[in-house]
Design a protein around this ligand. Structure first.
Ligand SMILES: [Zn+2]
Length: 111
């Protein structure tokens, strides 16, 4: 990976961290305890509870992605990004652009 490409990936990581942090803040808002307001009907309450479960799942996934991104940020700072941790081969630039936190090349990820 060239320096220019490494810089581009580092920028993508920064952007993704920023946006995922915002999403986490929103999801935390949405996963606050459901108020059992007497003015809403039973169905709306069920909806609210279902949505909360979906949002909680999404929140867990986002938090885990954020951790991966932060680790990728550290690797990028050390210049280790873009190498497959399993076989040591370069991870294709196109793959890193989509999943900058990936630590495996396509072959190793598929195994
Ligand atoms: Zn590999």
């Amino acid at each position: 990976m060239s320096q220019k490409e490494a810089k581009e990936i580092a920028e993508i990581i920064d952007e993704q961290i920023e946006s995922i942090k915002e999403e986490i803040i929103e999801l935390k808002e949405l996963t606050k305890p459901v108020k059992l307001d007497a003015s809403v009907g039973r169905l709306s309450r069920m909806d609210a509870i279902n949505n909360k479960a979906i949002n909680e799942k999404s929140l867990r996934e986002k938090k885990s992605t954020l951790q991966k991104l932060e680790r990728a940020q550290e690797r990028a700072a050390e210049g280790d990004l873009g190498k497959c941790l399993k076989c040591g081969n370069d991870i294709p630039f196109g793959r890193l652009k989509i999943m900058p936190y990936t630590t495996r090349c396509v072959q190793c990820a598929g195994r």
